[in-house]
Ligand binder design. Structure first.
Ligand SMILES: O=C(O)C1=C[C@@H](OP(=O)(O)O)[C@@H](O)[C@H](O)C1
Ligand SMILES: C=C(OP(=O)(O)O)C(=O)O
Length: 414
């Protein structure tokens, strides 16, 4: 089990002032975990700096260093999918497992693809889910692999990163529309940074056999983590906030938060130090958003909109059901506490804000870091209690410390 501080709650006190401050943001776990996999596949040729302190990244780093018989990824999706692909080329009978929730998150499409390439993979529990026992491929049996792109882009990223190490390379044919596409582009972008070329034409991505080159790379700050600060800025008045370490040209699709929040009052400009957030006074009362390219922003945007009286018409939320928790169900329950309703009609969702109660009930977090971080900005309007605040460690361990550093008061309650 992942040990969060069970039983602990944080009372985040209302912060009624205008926020004039700066924060050095945590770095991206998505970039970090890709860089760590590429480093391992390259024979440790990379010089990485600013690796994320996220538990998901620390776990990835520890597993790669220990190289033991049992790889426990805890609740880290990327770590599970990337290490499974790594073991499919380098493994010799290792077991890979994770938390009970991780063993409910699908991996069948990745396993099918790796088996076709020639790896021997056995399901130790339920077919299609971790835990797995993996023997690395002795001989490559296929090069062209068909894979749906609408379940998790992490399967595709994992296959692409091992592609150059395969004797014949890999050719992926994406058989459905692609969700979370920017994460695949991030993968290809980092591979290119380390000397590997790939071609994405139509629905086919081709990676020839080649060697990763070495080189130095500083991981960028985390745009998903930045989204909670955008929420604070949207809910506060007269904000002036510098988020250190973010770049205007990012590999991360969650930079989309800039465009979304422009419609809810936050303007972004860049300097060499990072992203500067100021208030722009705008508020659109109904917004259409497709979260297909940025699913991790959904919770932040839903909470911000619910509190600003903005109706959201949404598509692209399908993958939320198979993340750290069923995020649709969790959001339906918790948004109710803010007086809002989230309804589903086929492949579309609608969030209608309501009257925000004068005292909001404790927010439950469902072992999901993004539940805690998305609801914390309620404190711009009133006191809010967040259950199991330690969940943030998965991606942003310094989250609460960073909040305190700008003057937000937090008290432990039980
Ligand atoms: O590749 C990545 O780093 C990620 C891809 C996304 O997952 P899916 O591709 O499963 O949507 C995202 O939700 C996750 O937090 C990180
Ligand atoms: C879904 C997430 O992570 P993962 O899939 O890597 O567990 C996330 O960080 O929101």
């Amino acid at each position: 089990m992942v040990k969060n501080n069970l039983g602990l709650k944080y009372l985040v006190k209302k912060f009624g002032e205008s926020l004039q401050s700066e924060v050095q943001l945590t770095s991206s776990k998505s970039e970090s975990n890709r860089a760590l996999l590429i480093n391992a596949l390259s024979g440790n040729k990379l010089e990485l700096s600013n690796l994320s302190a996220a538990r998901d990244t620390q776990t990835m780093q520890r597993l790669m260093q220990e190289a033991g018989q049992t790889w426990d990824v805890l609740d880290a999706g990327t770590t599970m999918r990337f290490c499974t692909a790594f073991l499919a080329v380098k493994g010799s009978g290792q077991t890979i497992t994770g938390t009970p929730r991780m063993c409910e998150r699908p991996i069948g499409l990745l396993v099918d693809a790796l088996r076709k390439l020639g790896a021997e993979i056995e399901y130790l529990g339920k077919e299609g889910y971790p835990p797995l026992k993996i023997n690395g491929l002795q001989e490559q049996k296929a090069k062209r692999i068909e894979i749906p792109g609408n379940i998790s882009s992490q399967f595709i990223s994992a296959l692409l990163m091992i592609g150059p190490s395969l004797p014949e390379g890999i050719q992926l044919q994406l058989t459905t529309e692609v969700f979370s596409r920017p994460y695949i582009e991030m993968t290809l972008g980092l591979m290119k940074r380390f000397g590997v070329t790939a071609d994405w034409s139509g629905d086919t991505i081709t990676v020839p056999h080649q060697e990763y080159t070495g080189g130095a790379y500083a991981i960028e700050s985390d745009w998903s983590g930045a989204s909670y600060w955008y929420s604070i800025a949207a809910l506060g008045e007269d904000t002036n906030l510098l988020l250190g370490g973010l770049r205007g040209e990012s590999l991360q699709g969650d930079q989309e938060i800039v465009k979304i929040m422009e419609k809810m009052g936050v303007q972004t400009t860049y300097s060499p130090s990072g992203a500067h957030l100021t208030s722009n006074g705008r508020l659109e009362k109904a917004i259409d958003i497709n979260f297909k390219t940025c699913p991790d922003l959904a919770q932040t945007v839903l909470v911000t909109a619910a509190l600003k009286g903005v109706t959201l018409h949404m598509t692209g939320l399908e993958s939320l059901r198979i993340k750290e928790t069923d995020r649709i169900a969790a959001m339906q329950a918790e948004l109710k506490k803010l007086g809002a309703t989230l309804t589903e009609d086929g492949n579309t969702w609608k969030m209608v804000p309501g009257e925000v109660p004068a005292k909001i009930e404790t927010i439950d977090t469902y072992d999901d870091h993004r539940m805690a971080m998305a609801f914390a900005p309620v404190s711009m309007l009133q006191d809010i209690t967040i259950d199991d605040p330690g969940v943030v460690a998965k991606s942003y361990p310094a989250f609460w410390e960073d909040w305190k550093s700008v003057g937000i008061q937090i008290e432990e309650v039980s």
